[in-house]
Design a protein around this ligand. Structure first.
Ligand code: FAD
Ligand code: MLT
Ligand code: ZN
Length: 474
């Protein structure tokens, strides 16, 4: 199985002398109690478990630098960890790598309320940053279901997409600067707070989405939008995916600049939300559900636009039923129907997760094709995701881990994706689970260059080994 752990590489083991060094550097923050280490050794999905004996909790960039200098001199492997919400097995050790957690690096450094530029430490929890900004009339340019746990450093390291990408773009555009500690302990201070800066290569881009394999991000500066004065959420039902796509077309045309999200889930997702989380479907049962969000500066103007759009899609029968929320608690309730699908799935047993980019008109074909292909081998084959970004989350469940089911899904799903020139990882990254499938989405010349960059920045390969890059680069 190409997603399984490879053999352990010949890194050194943590000795008493190494522990003594860490205890002096991080008194009370060098964790070796196996009970305390347990949750950091296992991923959010509870599908990958490592065996680390040390968890380090630095508070400053200087401490991170000293940790990495020590580890690089002694050839000790390190697994950087943020909120540990990653979905590809990248955030936990595979063997006994030292876990370097950013959980105590949680300070806002500066916020400029004219430019909207926030600079903070990497371990700030996304939801805390959102609350901090909302008090100042701004918002974060990204939002995702894991906001209560994920760290901004983890978001940047995975180049997380989420629910607002359609409106505010990817972190590759909104992150203006990064501070990064390199594998040998050198500190790269590229924490610019400039919208425009064409002085040489844009090195920060190397670390965005590199999943802790090239450096440890210690601080982030990010451009934040103003808090919209009016937010509306519509939850709609559609009887076919074709109609959902037509609704998307109308939506773009009629809501234009106020559209901030266009998300979907299918009827199987809705059944799981009802069954496991006791959430109620607010509208008539449909094969597909859409979450549309508008965010703008004029409530009357936005509501008028939204109502015109709703009238159009209802009278043309593209949408079968719908409800609209303008009030915060109702907005939150409607959003949970989309955000909590991931959680509902975990109650079904084992979930095989696929995070695919495809031409938007193809995204649901893959779900239907997979249903036919797997027949009754799978318990559920469900689709949800970010329609506006052409990003499908195809999830397949079985009561427990099932190698025969896995063999029927892979490489079938990757071949399908590659045939349509899609991406086998739209937003979650490659981590441990997907690393060996990189060639379905990238040419070998590109993978070889990635290998050279890794060798240059981390010649001993101590940073998050076994992750992102394939076991064999050819
Ligand atoms: P972790 O899981 O701790 O780490 C992720 C990776 O980044 C690992 O490889 C780790 O080694 C590395 N890393 C972490 N911090 C650093 C650092 N400071 N420096 C260097 N490397 C680091 N993802 C999306 O893209 N869109 C979504 O909509 C989305 N929704 C989600 C909903 C739920 C319920 C869950 C559980 C996950 C979701 N995810 C989503 C996946 C996950 O939340 C994101 O990938 C998130 O950005 C990870 O942040 P984290 O702090 O938890 O990182
Ligand atoms: C989402 O969009 O809900 C997340 O990426 C999590 C998932 O894929 O389950
Ligand atoms: Zn997603």
């Amino acid at each position: 199985n190409p997603g399984a752990a490879p053999p352990r590489l010949p890194f050194s083991r943590v000795t008493q002398e190494v522990l003594a060094f860490f205890r002096t550097l991080l008194p009370g923050r060098t964790i070796t109690d196996p009970d305390l280490l347990k949750s950091s050794n296992v991923d959010w999905l509870k599908t990958v478990e490592g065996n680390s004996e040390v968890l380090l909790r630095p508070k400053t960039t200087e401490e991170v630098s000293q940790i990495l200098r020590h580890c690089s001199e002694r050839n000790l492997a390190v697994c950087p960890q943020g909120g540990n919400t990653g979905l590809v097995g990248g955030s936990v050790p595979v063997f006994d790598e030292i876990i370097l957690s950013t959980s105590l690096m949680n300070q806002v450094i500066t916020f400029d309320n004219i430019s909207g530029i926030l600079t903070c430490q990497a371990g700030c929890v996304l939801e805390n940053l959102s609350n901090y900004l909302e008090e100042r009339d701004f918002i974060m340019p990204l939002d995702l279901g894991a906001k209560g746990s994920c760290h901004i450093g983890g978001n940047v390291s995975t180049n997380a997409g989420g629910l607002r990408l359609l409106r505010y773009g990817s972190l590759r555009g909104t992150v203006l600067g990064l501070e990064v500690v390199l594998a040998d302990g050198r500190i790269l201070k590229c924490l610019a707070t400039l919208r425009k800066d064409n002085t040489g290569y844009d090195l920060k881009q190397l670390f965005i989405g590199s999943e802790g394999t090239l450096g440890v991000i210690t601080a982030v500066s990010i451009l934040c939008p103003r808090k919209p004065k009016a937010v509306n959420v519509a939850f709609l039902g559609c009887s076919s995916f074709q109609q959902l796509l037509e609704t998307f077309q109308y939506c773009r045309g009629m809501l234009g600049e106020i559209l901030s999200a266009f998300e979907f889930l299918d009827a199987s997702c809705m059944s799981l939300l009802e069954k496991h989380l006791k959430l109620t479907n607010p509208i008539t049962e449909s094969p597909f559900y859409i979450v549309i969000e508008t965010a703008g500066s004029n409530a009357t103007h936005d509501e008028e636009k939204l109502h015109q759009f709703l009238e159009e899609v209802m009278t043309s029968s593209l949408v079968t039923d719908g409800t609209v929320a303008t009030e915060a608690t109702k907005i939150k309730a409607l959003w949970s129907l989309r955000e909590r699908v991931t959680e509902a799935l975990t109650h079904e047993g084992y979930t095989y997760k696929y995070d695919i980019s495809l031409p938007v008109e193809k995204i649901y074909d893959l779900v239907q094709d997979m249903r036919g292909h797997l027949g009754d081998m799978a318990k559920n084959v469900v689709g949800y995701g970010h329609v506006g970004d052409g990003n499908l989350h195809l999830n397949i469940t079985s009561p427990s881990k099932d190698p025969a089911l896995l063999a029927a899904i892979e490489p079938y799903v990757y071949e399908w994706t590659s045939e349509w020139k899609g991406s086998i990882s739209a937003e979650h990254g490659l981590g441990l689970k997907k690393r060996n499938y990189i060639y379905y989405s990238k040419p070998s010349e590109a993978v070889a260059l990635m290998g050279s960059i890794k060798a240059m920045l981390d010649p001993k390969g101590i940073l998050n080994p076994y992750k992102t890059l394939p076991d064999n680069i050819h």
